[in-house]
Design a binder for this molecule. Structure first.
Ligand SMILES: [Fe+2]
Length: 222
């Protein structure tokens, strides 16, 4: 069983709750889809926990912390604050180790015919795929052409599964509609695993996904 999570966004309490839940699920690998750093108050502590995960991807905020923001107005203060945290917490060797780890992160991971990205298969770092995009056939067909069978994403902080019913027909299924687990057989799928640190679907509980190769389960953690 794999656990796939993302958008921890510096929320240490949420991450600890999710990791405790993962521990009880018989999980053998944890894949983190990025934005380990972000809005919350404990980016460094979250990064230290992420460094023990099997796969960690680069998110857009992580990228901005390393290389600067492309849209300086939004969240610039918080970006500078996060950079300062990374430069001041712990010993110089810890700071160097964290920076080297962040610098080495990739924006996508392939596991057989399964793709994992932060944003979208077409633009792994920057593109959002929102539930209402199922009505944007041009966007969805281009995104669908960018991966084989199954793609895990984060970024919007809105969990759910996008299903390609036909080459130009997509459907979005919310986690509540697949509480027995979502069967991945048959259609091309994009699974948004939601956010650990800052859910934006109206449910404030941290969210992540479990995947056993056939089914996806969404987990909400108190
Ligand atoms: Fe995020």
């Amino acid at each position: 069983m794999k656990a796939i999570l993302g958008d921890i966004d510096g929320n240490l309490e949420a991450l600890k709750a999710v990791l405790a839940d993962i521990e009880r699920q018989g999980v053998d690998s944890v894949c983190n889809l990025g934005d380990t750093l972000g809005y919350g108050p404990n980016p460094v502590e979250c990064l230290d926990l992420a460094m023990r995960m099997s796969v960690v991807l680069l998110g857009a905020f992580d990228h901005a912390v390393l290389f600067g923001s492309e849209s300086p107005r939004s969240g610039e203060d918080h970006l500078l604050w996060t950079q300062t945290q990374l430069e001041t917490i712990g010993e110089p060797a810890d700071q160097q180790r964290r920076r080297a780890f962040l610098s080495g992160l990739s924006s996508l991971h392939r596991d057989g015919n399964i793709l994992c990205v932060h944003g979208s298969p077409r633009d792994p770092l920057r593109e959002y795929v929102f539930p209402e995009d199922v009505y944007n056939l041009r966007k969805m067909s281009q995104i669908g052409a960018a991966f084989d069978r199954l793609c895990f994403v984060g970024k919007t902080h809105i969990p759910g599964v996008f299903i390609e019913r036909s080459p130009d027909g997509w459907e979005f299924v919310q986690p509540e509609e697949c509480d027995q687990g979502f069967h991945v057989v048959g259609h091309k799928l994009i699974c948004n695993v939601g956010s650990v640190g800052q859910p934006r679907d109206g449910d404030p509980r941290p969210c992540y996904a479990l995947f056993d190769g056939e089914r996806i389960w969404f987990r909400r953690v108190d």
